[in-house]
Write a protein that binds this ligand. Structure first.
Ligand code: FVH
Length: 295
């Protein structure tokens, strides 16, 4: 359903920080929006901005073909959609899920006659409706559904479609966030090293940020090596050389009174790979050690 300006009507279930930001942006972009939230008070401000407030999840779902859910977790999606009629609906689930939950939800939606698209949000609420902030949502599942609603879904924040497998959006989401936590862990160790010295953390911060940016393109070399299977391709610092340097990192941590607990597991994997005779390789072999083999 579209209004006179050709803007698709949206039903949104879940008015937490993220849902509220999404609803507000759709309203500002001229989309008719019907909302529902378990705690009704959270809908009041949006009602004043033009949202229609449904008196139940079932009524909200019935109001429009495009139904977006942005709830706490997969269990809350179950609870909220339990009594709704999803036949013929275009269900877009922006609730953070595991890949298995997303695939299960896609099957569940299909059994109820709905088309399904899963989303993994790579943004925080203040980035919604602010294109220059660079946020976006990974989408996976029905490509046809994504194409049909691409414009509407792209109104609040960018969109990146990653495939028909409904679990892929969640997988990409968690992969990127996992890398982010690795980066935060490295930065935490770096700040810990200078903590007891007469060094201003604000002086280290820009150096750290620039260094992480300079190192980030290494992921392209890693990807190339994974594709070719040749982990020596384009190698700059060999695994043997890097393992030889690890005692310096561990001794420095000890001298500075810093626990090596964030660095040590990675160093252990590097040593393990070296012990397999991979000294001339890059660090890419560590990935193979992480991937568990069946049995
Ligand atoms: N906020 C963020 O920074 C992150 C950014 C990346 C993506 N996440 C995910 O987005 C989903 C929603 O997050 P949110 O920020 O809106 O979360 P809350 O503000 O905590 O709101 C949660 C909403 O879920 C409703 N809810 C929770 N449990 C139930 C339930 N059993 N039945 C019905 N509704 C439920 C809650 O309702 P209420 O407490 O207001 O009644 C809120 O509407 C999430 O998956 C993030 O991981 C956000």
């Amino acid at each position: 359903t579209q209004n006179a300006l050709g803007k698709t009507s949206v039903t949104l279930l879940g008015l937490g920080a993220m849902g509220t930001a999404l609803a507000r942006t759709w309203l500002a972009a001229g989309h008719p929006v019907t909302v529902w939230n378990r705690t009704p008070a959270r809908a009041a401000a949006l009602a004043a901005e033009g949202a229609r407030v449904a008196d139940g999840a079932a009524a909200a779902v019935a109001a429009n073909t495009l139904v977006v859910v942005c709830l706490l977790d997969d269990t809350s999606v179950d609870e909220v959609l339990a009594g709704t009629d999803l036949a013929g609906k275009d269900l877009v689930n922006l609730t953070t899920s595991t890949p298995a939950q997303a695939r299960g939800r896609a099957r569940w939606a299909r059994e109820r006659g709905a088309r399904y698209l899963d989303g993994g949000i790579m943004a925080v609420p203040p980035m919604i409706g602010v294109p220059e902030a660079g946020g976006y949502v990974f989408y996976s599942g029905s490509r046809e559904l994504f194409e049909r609603h691409r414009e509407t879904l792209g109104a609040p924040v960018g969109t990146t479609y990653v495939g028909e497998d409904a679990g892929f959006a969640a997988l990409y989401d968690v992969a990127l966030l996992s890398a982010m936590y690795g980066m935060f862990a490295g930065a935490a160790h770096a700040f810990a090293l200078i903590r007891k010295e007469d060094i201003d953390p604000a002086a280290l911060a820009p150096l750290l940020a620039d260094w992480l940016v300079a190192m980030a393109p290494a992921v392209h070399r890693t990807a190339g090596q994974l594709r070719s299977g040749d982990y020596t391709e384009g190698v700059g610092s060999t695994l043997a050389m890097q393992v030889a340097g690890t005692p310096t990192f561990l001794s420095t941590a000890e001298q500075q009174g810093v626990s090596p607990e964030l660095l040590s597991p990675y160093f252990a994997l590097m040593r393990h790979r070296l012990s397999e005779g991979s000294g001339e390789e890059d660090l890419t072999g560590v990935i193979d050690l992480l991937v568990r083999r069946p049995g």
